[in-house]
Design a protein around this ligand. Structure first.
Ligand code: ATP
Ligand code: MG
Length: 409
């Protein structure tokens, strides 16, 4: 694990892996797992790392570990969740383009030049000579108010603003400084905001409430989408991940009537905090453990070649409806993630995992982690109430999980 400030999920991951113990592969071989937190130090480009797989949560921001990841991916066949090759070259903007190309309902989006050009002596000359003057108001009117102005490579709501009129438009653009901005049509009065977290071949679609404080954004709600909309959200999430070779990513879609609009994907370091995921946290940890174990035991190899042609063939087929295209994308995406083999593997080799995680989450070890996490991250006067709130959600998960695991009849 290549980590920044997080302590909660890494502790959970380490504990679950330890409790799981060795795993037998489909061919009967036994595999033991060891997990370390990687430290940052000088490295010789020819040295051989000890790792077979890295879950990276740091390299998006730190260049030294990012370059280390590139070295171990290129030279040492280390499997990465996620690969910096895929995230540095393909950010939110690239994902919008690809998803529009595939026929998805990404809201109308325009990229405008920098408000303040980068600090580069040659830029002044270049922009004086080649930058076309443009009418920001006309662009906004073309898209229609309200709209969102947000960085082309977004993340963590940095620089995102909702723009309702020309005055706000100019204020936001003036504030954008050296950020490169999209203007995007707002989807208003949507029925549901779905945030999905995908880890390898699995996807969890959750009801999200962006207007709430961080720890209340994910609502526990199992039926907030119609079956077809839910399926479409899963398909879009898995499609974008398979298309770009992202294996640990979240995706946001707005559902209005029967329409599903994707607005945000490409999160190199998706939120998996215990305090925000709460009820869904055990699912996320299980999915992460399962995917890592599956990759290592079955010898799955990273595939960075994008294979876009196969997706575009579907996109360009005039005989296919939108629904048929989605179904065809889903087949490609599930094949990329080897979903059938993954599910077989989980059933045959990881049958104990559900019990292992249930035991742990229901016990005092998990409660200690919960209390530690809240104390470390929140002001003292909020501790008691927040801990009680989280305990309630965890108890709900434990109850649901016990019911799920109880044999029928
Ligand atoms: N086109 C849109 N229509 C309606 N709401 C939008 C639209 N674009 C963005 N938003 C709102 O703004 C929020 C932030 O936008 P977005 O998710 O694109 O930025 P971000 O920086 O990637 O945020 P994060 O990393 O937290 O997901 C969204 O969660 C949503 O509430
Ligand atoms: Mg977002």
């Amino acid at each position: 694990m290549l980590l920044g400030t997080e302590e909660d999920w890494p502790a959970a991951f380490e504990e679950i892996l330890r409790r799981l113990g060795p795993v037998s592969g489909p061919d009967g071989t036994r595999h033991a797992f060891d997990c370390e937190r990687i430290t940052i130090e000088p490295f010789n480009l020819r040295y051989r790392p000890r790792y077979q797989l890295v879950v990276d949560r740091l390299a998006y921001w730190y260049y030294h570990p990012r370059e280390w990841l590139k070295k171990v991916a290129l030279m040492d066949r280390v499997y990465l969740l996620n690969s910096p090759f895929t995230f540095q070259s393909m950010e939110k903007h690239a994902a919008y383009c690809a998803m529009m190309r595939l026929g998805l309902k990404v809201p109308d989006t325009v990229l405008v030049p920098y408000k303040h050009p980068l600090d580069n002596a040659r830029y002044a000359y270049t922009s004086a000579k080649y930058n076309q003057p443009f009418d920001l108001d006309a662009i906004a009117r073309g898209i229609g108010y309200p709209l969102y102005m947000k960085p082309y490579d977004g993340g963590a709501w940095r620089g995102v603003s909702r723009v309702g009129n020309a005055a706000e438009l100019h204020a936001s653009y003036d504030d954008s400084g050296e950020m490169l901005m999209h203007l995007q049509k707002a989807i208003d009065d949507y029925d549901a905001f779905a945030r999905s977290l995908s880890i390898g071949a699995e996807t969890m679609v959750m009801r999200f409430r962006p207007e709430q404080p961080m720890h209340q954004r994910y609502a526990v709600d199992h039926d907030f989408l119609s079956a077809p909309a839910g399926d479409e959200v899963v398909t879009i999430s898995r499609l974008v991940n398979a298309f770009f070779r992202w294996e640990f990513n979240s995706c946001e879609t707005l559902v209005k009537g029967a329409e599903v609009y994707p607005i945000d994907y490409a999160n190199a370091c998706p939120d998996v905090a215990l305090t925000s995921l709460h009820y869904y946290f055990p699912w996320a940890m299980k999915a992460l453990v399962k995917w890592c174990v599956f990759v290592l035991v079955t010898g799955r190899r990273p595939r960075l070649d994008l294979d876009t042609g196969r997706y575009f063939e579907i996109a360009d087929d005039p005989d296919l409806s939108y629904g048929q295209k989605l179904a065809a994308y889903r087949v490609l995406a599930d094949a990329y993630f080897d979903r059938d083999r993954y599910l077989d593997f989980c059933a045959s080799s990881l049958g104990l995992l559900n019990d292992v995680v249930l035991d742990w989450v229901a016990g005092s070890g998990f409660d200690d982690l919960l209390v530690r996490t809240v104390r470390a991250g929140y002001p003292a006067h909020e501790h008691d109430q927040f801990i009680a709130h989280l305990r309630g959600l965890v108890a709900l998960w434990v109850r649901d999980e016990q019911q799920e695991q109880r044999p029928a009849g």
